[in-house]
Design a protein around this ligand. Structure first.
Ligand SMILES: C[S@@+](CC[C@H](N)C(=O)[O-])C[C@H]1O[C@@H](n2cnc3c(N)ncnc32)[C@H](O)[C@@H]1O
Length: 258
């Protein structure tokens, strides 16, 4: 992944350019729970919002769904993914996920990881509504995002976390509390089926090792220490994640279209 200016790029692309493939808050561990809870099988038509580098797509495709469609907002990333995922029953669409042009009730399972957190609240609802439109009745929608905690966090603390996070990752991230995530899904007529949490350890060595494996972790470490600008950005992000470790975790929710 080539980035023009590492000092200004969104945090996930800085990490990707250093070789990191898993770019979601709860790591592969929470992703595995999400995929298991969706129970993807041979009869499913699956849509993934924002597949990024395709790490979860690989897990999904190992379940042999009838079809897989990834809707990725970044054209360059979508192009790369199209080369990686090249089968008749798979399609990668380069588009904003709310404007894919896919038809009503075309999917039985839809999921998206680390995408809603980056959207303003009205855009979060828009994307959930789009998932609902494309799901057949009884279809499942799963999300994997950042949760703010505790539930009664003050609005001042919440605003401060959002500001520091946005400054560090250069994306206007808006994480929500558990109840806020639930309310948003319920107000789009989804029924909550299951919820799981994991610590927000995206930049902890143990998590990187378990997500990326030893060889890739060594490569990522080498790349980071060879790029002073990336090193500065990643230390800045890590310091915000550490500062708010008691106020941020990852959340996975599976909900059913009513
Ligand atoms: C933090 S990365 C997560 C990638 C992947 N889901 C993962 O967990 O590794 C965010 C991804 O969301 C994509 N994205 C952001 N907004 C989007 C939108 N409105 N529609 C489609 N993709 C979007 C970005 O291009 C990027 O690939």
């Amino acid at each position: 992944m080539k980035i023009k200016d590492l000092s200004k790029a969104p945090g996930h692309w800085v990490l990707a350019s250093m070789g990191k493939r898993v770019l979601r808050p709860g790591g592969v561990e929470l992703t595995t729970k999400l995929i298991d809870a969706l129970n993807i099988n041979k009869n499913d038509h699956v849509i993934e919002f924002a597949p990024g580098l395709g790490a979860t797509a690989k897990i999904t495709l190992a379940k042999h769904p009838k079809s897989y469609t990834g809707i990725e907002g970044d054209e360059q990333v979508a192009g790369k993914l199209r080369k990686k995922i090249n089968a008749n029953h798979c399609k990668i669409i380069a588009s904003d996920a709310v404007e894919s042009g896919l038809s009503d009730e075309c999917a039985s399972k839809i999921y998206g990881e680390a995408v809603l957190t980056m959207l303003a609240d009205h855009r979060k609802s828009e994307l959930m509504r789009e998932a609902r439109r494309m799901l057949c009745k009884g279809g499942l929608y799963a999300i994997h995002e950042i949760e703010l905690c505790p539930e009664n966090i003050s609005s001042e603390e919440k605003a401060k976390i959002q500001k520091d996070l946005a400054r560090a990752i250069r994306v206007n991230a808006r994480p929500l509390t558990r109840t806020e995530w639930i309310n948003l899904l319920e107000s789009e007529n989804f029924k909550i089926k299951c919820i799981e949490n994991n610590p927000m350890h995206l930049l902890k060595t143990t998590r990187i090792l378990s997500d990326e494996g030893l060889i890739r972790t060594l490569k990522i470490g080498f790349n980071i220490f060879s790029h002073p600008v990336a090193l500065k950005r990643i230390l800045e992000m890590r310091s915000v994640f550490n500062r708010y470790a008691n106020h941020m975790q990852s959340i996975m929710i599976v909900a059913e279209k009513q």
